[in-house]
Design a protein around this ligand. Structure first.
Ligand SMILES: Cc1cc2nc3c(=O)[nH]c(=O)nc-3n(C[C@H](O)[C@H](O)[C@H](O)COP(=O)(O)OP(=O)(O)OC[C@H]3O[C@@H](n4cnc5c(N)ncnc54)[C@H](O)[C@@H]3O)c2cc1C
Length: 527
């Protein structure tokens, strides 16, 4: 590959998912020349919109939290988040339905939720809820800086940096106890145990195996679940626009087949069409499993310690549909719970099959922040999701299994009173195999490695890899899955690249006009 003359170090970012967009933007802000190469036709990755008829339906993340992460990222790029996106705070976080017919709304307002829990399950449970909220807030405060915003946390590092008071706080977060067990300490009502245990699935994990600190998600939701005007895809577009303003060169339809390594140092990427693109560093935003599976070439296989298919996080079976919802008063976010939660996870994680009795999430996207009504007979945008096994490569679901699951779901919703009326052409299913094709190497897993066991959070790969010049960003990388977390991983990757270039003192040298072979200068200094 012939070196090219350039005045600034070049970083190629592979993938325009959340982590890729954020790292590309922040690297450009810091003066790098950035090429963002995305194989899909649009940016956003899992944050995606499916078009049904002529209507775009949010068909990835629908719960947007931790807006402060984005406020900081936009501010770092000289922009105001609230000028680029219009957000409204949801008053009802989610409506929940159980098979005994009970319905419960969890509110953003803690006192309102406590009252509603009192009505649902009695005063003791309401007190348990308030204690739970307080502890979830403590856990969040303990881990926000020390874990999530820390690029390289380790159990020893956390304990070392905590000091005596901090050690007490760390012990109180119950890192060694399963989330379900921690929740059992606050609630006796099985419905509430199920409701708060469900937060484990936000990381693609089982509440019976995920660690207690994941209770912090309850607090994160209380600080704000936001509805994005125009749909979640606007967030990806806003980042894409800002990145373009800072000079990021974004190309869609650019499938990268190989990350090139020369003498142990990253040299660039090769596209599936055979084009070589030289780079001083590469940030990989695809699933890290693609690296250890050899999908990006032998040179980068050792970049990540492998995990087995049995250690993958959950996948999903989803439907994006436009139609009428009758007979049940849906909220923006409604959850219809399984009658047997342990069995649901046993089906998915042990038996590798779709659950016999799945929990069903329904996002009614035309329903607003405070009102759940739509005009009578109006067609609305709906997104349905059930958890599914991530074994698309070795144990793919058959069409019959998917169809039978759809029938079970339809019956389950009917029992709750909900009829969904949408002709087949207005109903688009996405299966684990579809996700596996969109996110190579994942087998359909949507959140990387499952957060099972206390150590899992520390086993996620970090931004730096053992291969010089190769960095990682994304929901399968530290600090973990979810839109704000993947964005934070993008921040960590951008910081790591900048720090490594600064420490080699090449950045300024190379930023001088008239530089010649930047690649060789960088390569030499990074060795
Ligand atoms: C159905 C669903 C519901 C979810 N719900 C929520 C929610 O409500 N709230 C929330 O916060 N999070 C939610 N999440 C999780 C959240 O969407 C993800 O954690 C986050 O979007 C992951 O971002 P990422 O940076 O890992 O990039 P990804 O979204 O994984 O995107 C990676 C990008 O890299 C591209 N790519 C991969 N390999 C290559 C290659 N070789 N060449 C070129 N391009 C490549 C892909 O095409 C893709 O665009 C949900 C996810 C799903 C799927």
């Amino acid at each position: 590959m012939a070196p090219i003359a350039r005045s600034r170090p070049t970083v190629v970012v592979v993938g325009a998912g959340m982590g890729g967009l954020v790292s590309a933007l922040l690297l450009a802000v810091q003066g790098f020349s950035v090429r963002l190469l995305e194989k899909g036709a649009r940016s956003g990755g899992k944050l995606r919109e499916v078009t049904v008829g002529s209507t775009g339906i949010d068909s990835g993340p629908t719960v947007f939290t931790m807006r402060w992460v984005f406020e900081k990222i936009f501010a770092a790029a000289g922009a105001r988040f609230d000028e680029r996106l219009r957000l409204t705070a949801a008053e009802i976080l989610a409506r929940h339905h159980w098979q005994d017919g009970s319905v419960f709304d969890l509110h953003a307002d803690r006192a309102q939720s406590a009252d509603a829990i009192g009505e649902l399950a009695g005063a003791r449970e309401a007190r348990g809820y308030l204690d739970f909220c307080q502890r979830a807030e403590e856990v969040f405060r303990t881990l926000n800086q020390s874990f999530m915003e820390n690029p390289t946390p380790s159990p020893i590092g956390l304990a070392r940096d905590a000091g005596l008071g901090g050690l007490v706080a760390l012990a109180r977060i119950k890192p060694f106890t399963a989330l379900s067990k921690v929740i059992d300490g606050y609630f006796r009502d099985p419905r509430l145990r199920q409701l708060f245990g469900r937060y484990a699935t936000y990381c693609g994990s089982s509440p019976f195996e995920a660690p207690g600190p994941l209770m912090l998600i309850a607090h994160v939701e209380q600080t704000g679940v936001w509805l994005v005007e125009g749909g979640m895809i606007r967030l990806a577009e806003a980042l894409e626009n800002l990145a373009a303003e800072h000079g990021v060169d974004l190309r869609h339809g650019a499938d990268i087949a190989e990350i090139l390594v020369e003498d142990g140092v990253v040299a660039g990427v090769r596209s599936a069409s055979g084009e070589d693109i030289e780079a001083d560093a590469v940030v990989f935003n695809g699933d890290p499993a693609a690296l250890f599976s050899g999908l990006l070439g032998e040179g980068v296989r050792p970049a990540v310690a492998p995990w087995s298919p049995g250690q993958r996080s959950l996948s999903a079976l989803t439907w994006s549909l436009k139609g009428r919802a009758e007979g049940f008063d849906l909220s923006r976010h409604t959850v219809f719970f399984s009658g047997d939660y342990p069995r649901e996870f046993d089906d998915i994680l042990r038996k590798n099959r779709l659950p016999v009795d799945p929990t069903i999430y329904v996002c009614a996207q035309d329903r607003g922040a405070s009102t759940s009504t739509v005009a009578p007979d109006a067609e609305e945008r709906l997104f349905l999701l059930v958890n599914a096994p991530a074994r698309a490569d070795d144990k793919p679901l058959s069409e019959a299994e998917v169809a039978s699951c759809e029938t079970r779901i339809t019956k389950r919703l009917l029992r709750a009173g909900l009829t969904l009326l949408a002709p087949p052409e207005r109903r688009i299913a996405t299966t684990p195999s579809d996700f596996a094709a969109m996110f190579p190497g994942s087998g359909g897993a949507l959140y990387g490695r499952a957060s099972h066991g206390w150590a899992a959070s520390f086993q996620r790969p970090g931004a730096r890899t053992p291969i010089r010049g190769l960095y990682l960003a994304g929901g399968a990388v530290h600090p973990g899955p979810g839109i704000p977390m993947a964005a934070l991983s993008g921040c960590h990757a951008a910081k790591a690249v900048a720090a490594d270039f600064a420490s080699t003192a090449t950045l300024h040298a190379m930023a001088t006009p008239g530089g010649t072979s930047m690649r060789s200068a960088t390569t030499a200094s990074m060795r």
